[in-house]
Design a protein around this ligand. Sequence first.
Ligand code: UDP
Length: 242
Amino acid sequence: MNNKYELIYEGKAKKIFTHDDADKVIIEFKDDATAFNALKKAKFEGKGKLNCLISTRIFELLIQKKIPTHFLELKNDNTMIAQKINIIPLEIVLRNTAYGSLCKQTTIKSGTVLEKPLIDIYLKNDELNDPLITKDRIQLMKIISAKDLEFIIDLTLKINIILKSFFENIKLQLVDFKLEFGFDSKKNILLGDEISPDNCRLWDLNQKNDTIVSLDKDRFRNDLGGLIEAYSEINRRINDFL
Ligand code: UDP
């Protein structure tokens, strides 16, 4: 990155830099992958670029459908320009199919298609290991108002309708995903972060039997190999469709 831009924040998978316009930021996608609260780490050459391109396409689709997002434009293959937002320290997970932590923490069997989407909210706090949190605890901690929380939940449900049908068109089952939201300088709530196979579970629907073929970060979490091949396949299907 050109050194006239100052690094504001470095996360596990992205770096955020200042922009000439104080209301904007430059987001650089890294090749690093982490799992289990960064206990497991690796680098995959080309992952940053793939996630940036996939996220761009998805943000463009959501903007077309009138979802407010921070995305402004793609700068180059692994860098995008976005509205500067103050991230709300909550991770909003929406699940269409039971998998991952839901099945570890409940008696629901892995792979069960849920009757209606389930929203699980986690506190974004690495020291506390991102615990599952309740609406009442969110109010107690004064993280956001009840009204803003309802707005975010409603937006997440709308995003799910758009993404579920989009991914079905390219023969992918949207099992679950994690979203983050933030406030811009005018106090509007915008969808932030990224939408990529790093934070969505996507299963290949081109399988003849019921075998689960993950085309997402579970390839790294579960040591399945072929992460770049999986992310490239998603990018290819998106580009062939749009
Ligand atoms: N997820 C994420 N970041 C996290 C935790 C989860 O992006 O810190 C995503 C994950 O990729 C999946 C969804 O949220 O799409 C649900 O994850 P789950 O709660 O099942 O956790 P996991 O099994 O990954 O620990």
